[in-house]
Design a binder for this molecule. Structure first.
Ligand SMILES: Nc1ncnc2c1ncn2[C@@H]1O[C@H](COP(=O)(O)OP(=O)(O)O)[C@@H](O)[C@H]1O
Ligand SMILES: Cc1cn([C@H]2C[C@H](O)[C@@H](COP(=O)(O)OP(=O)(O)O)O2)c(=O)[nH]c1=O
Length: 195
């Protein structure tokens, strides 16, 4: 089973992902951007305020393709529970926002269309729900994506994704204390494992 954690920067995904490692010692814990050289290229682009948004989309997508074939699919084929800190929905929400600056219309549909032929949808996606203002504050606004105005567009993109696939997403209030958020996440995973 593939579980993904999504949400704005600062919503507490990494905090939850780290804590889950104690609860699921046999699971495969992974993340995007990855720690491969593709992920290094992505981080270079994140650090470049003038990066071309289309080029950046393809860097993220290359990293995802390699993540899928090298980590996710082998672990799933071995019957393991896989828990990923960010996955395809991050592209659908974030790159759909950056591509607004380009001549591509319907950017979210475009980003989904380039994933659709090869990606694998998660079985469960936990959405850590936090408003853009608090997300920018908590993340420290250290990169170009962590600004309130941009994050509010990303947040509305996530809302669209949830609306389209309500059965895949479980929304967890990220304003509650970390222990309470973790409890909600664990019970959502348990419920899905039992189904
Ligand atoms: N539920 C929470 N309430 C308040 N602060 C939190 C919570 N979860 C995480 N934080 C803090 O917010 C910051 C960002 O958390 P992090 O887990 O790195 O988020 P993300 O991976 O989503 O960017 C960290 O300083 C972390 O300690
Ligand atoms: C995986 C992914 C991340 N991002 C962005 C979100 C973050 O601002 C940045 C780095 O991701 P990440 O290291 O997960 O940041 P955080 O822990 O603060 O949430 O890259 C995208 O724009 N698209 C993507 O597909």
């Amino acid at each position: 089973m593939l579980v993904t954690l999504e949400g704005l920067d600062g919503s507490g995904k990494t905090t939850v992902w780290e804590a889950l490692q104690a609860s699921y010692p046999d699971a495969t814990f992974t993340r995007e951007p990855t720690d491969s050289w593709y992920g290094d290229a992505v981080y270079r682009s994140i650090g470049d305020d003038d990066a071309d948004p289309i080029a950046e989309l393809f860097l993220y997508t290359a990293d995802h393709a390699n993540h899928l074939s090298g980590t996710i699919e082998p672990a799933l084929e071995a019957g393991r529970l896989v828990i990923s800190d960010r996955y395809s929905d991050s592209r659908y929400a974030y790159q759909a926002a950056t591509l607004r600056e380009t001549r591509i219309d319907r950017p979210m549909e475009y980003v989904r269309s380039i994933h659709e032929p090869f990606t694998r949808a998660p079985d469960l996606t936990i959405y850590l729900d936090l408003d853009a203002e608090r997300a920018a504050e908590r993340s420290g606004s250290t990169n170009k994506f962590e600004r309130r105005e941009y994050l509010s567009v990303v947040r509305s993109n996530y809302e669209r994704l949830i609306e389209e696939e309500p059965e895949r997403f479980v929304r967890v209030d990220a304003t509650q204390p970390p222990e309470a958020a973790l409890e909600r996440v664990e019970s959502a995973i348990e419920r899905r494992l039992e189904e």
